[in-house]
Design a protein around this ligand. Structure first.
Ligand code: PCP
Length: 385
């Protein structure tokens, strides 16, 4: 099939063509010089712990990248948190993987950034429904990367349909403002009734109630229109009209309760971030989070050779020698030389590839459980309570 969107195809990535040109020059030079040293390289963001943890993911794609290459790779498990030191170690002849550096860092950096931001949202309201709504902010070819990172970090669901097919999970969602406009102002009840009549029974009846009138009026109208069939209202008030958003949500809750609609939940979306989730979590039942996740900075991973033909080496400012990282008993992250005694705790780097063969299995649910348990262990962005 042709590639109308100009994205780099999987074959180019696997072949090592998705690389920076200087790696191709390096290959030419080393081959001309008859050099192909045995090296150990490590992927690291910060050399020493900084006090800020990030979530590690993308490791499954890196395993696929290295399949069939004569190297050994060790890495943190998918979903593990880290704070300094290596997240991955590659050992073998340098020319077995020189050109892969660009793609392997890309496979790790952006998804780990998405997952870290999603975990911030998750931890801001552990008891609330939190959904990923941000697929529209990224190139569609990586929407599944956003949604997978969101699930890894414990979000309850996501909106992107094709990502759902890839991940084996159904996308969620109810209605956009476009649907409300198609029925028009004054006909909101018709829009919600038509929706209720048209979509499958297992789709929650969440009415969008901020389009034409104030949020209280539309929410009460939705409740009167659908009665017991209404599960909730979604309020996506544009930021310029928000004033005090917490007050608006409390007012909607009050009036729904006052009119006997205590069972109608309130969902918030539009510019929702961990701070607003913390502010709203006691008055709203759920949140749709988009740009906070999709605008997350990539984790600034780099790959460095730390051992050359058995001897420790490093660039200035980096740390030489093969390292191990540990989760200490008090939830700390410790970096040490791998051939020395480590602290009390768990060594975190595990075999991923052995002589070109993938030696690990990947399970998203298991990785998500690991992520949430480790977030608890290290006190990741503890929320105010
Ligand atoms: C919601 C919101 C943002 C979307 C979700 C992502 O869309 O207005 O555009 O949230 P973010 O602000 O956290 O990135 P809808 O209300 O469904 O948008 P529409 O106006 O298309 O109905």
């Amino acid at each position: 099939m042709s590639n109308p969107f100009g994205t780099v195809p999987p074959e180019a990535i696997l072949a090592g063509d998705a690389t920076d040109a200087y790696f191709e020059r390096t290959r030419s030079t080393l081959e001309a010089a008859g050099k192909n040293p045995h090296v150990v390289a490590e992927v690291t963001a910060d050399q020493f712990p900084t006090g800020e943890f990030d979530v590690f993911t993308g490791v499954k794609d890196v395993a696929t990248l290295f399949e069939g290459r004569s190297v050994d790779v060790d890495a943190l498990p998918d979903g593990q948190l880290f704070d300094g030191g290596p997240v991955m170690r590659i050992e073998g002849p340098y020319l077995e993987f020189a050109e892969l550096e660009t793609s392997l860092l890309g496979f790790l950096s952006q998804p780990s950034g998405f997952a870290t931001a999603a975990l911030e949202a998750r931890r801001a309201a552990p008891e609330s429904l939190v959904l990923s709504f941000g697929a529209r902010h990224v190139h569609p070819s990586i929407a599944s990367v956003v949604e997978r990172a969101s699930l890894l970090s414990g979000l309850d669901g996501f909106s992107h349909v094709a990502a759902g097919e890839i991940l084996g999970r159904e996308a969620g969602g109810t209605m956009p403002h476009a649907l409300m406009f198609c029925f028009g102002e004054g006909n909101q009840d018709e829009a919600w009734e038509a929706f209720d009549g048209a979509v499958p029974e297992d789709v929650p009846r969440i009415a969008l109630t901020d389009t034409f009138w104030d949020e209280v009026s539309e929410s009460l109208l939705a409740a009167e229109t659908l009665g017991d069939r209404l599960d909730g209202v979604r309020i996506d008030t544009t930021s310029s009209r928000r004033g005090n958003f917490r007050h608006i949500i409390r007012e909607v809750r009050w009036e729904l309760d006052a009119h006997g609609y205590e069972d109608v939940d309130i969902f918030c979306s539009g510019g929702i971030d961990p701070e607003s989730i913390e502010t709203l979590r006691d008055v709203a039942d759920g949140f749709g989070v988009g740009s906070h996740i999709t605008s997350a900075p990539s984790v600034d991973f780099s790959l460095d050779i730390v051992e050359m033909e058995g001897e420790p080496v490093s660039k200035r400012g980096k740390l030489s020698g093969v390292k191990e990282v540990y989760r200490t008993l008090d939830g700390g992250h410790h970096v040490a030389l791998a051939d020395r005694d480590g602290p009390d705790g768990e060594a975190l780097l595990e075999p991923l590839v052995r002589d070109g063969e993938i030696v690990r299995e990947f399970d998203l649910e298991e990785a998500s459980e690991r992520c949430l348990a480790d977030a608890e262990a290290v006190g990741f962005r503890e929320s105010g309570d």
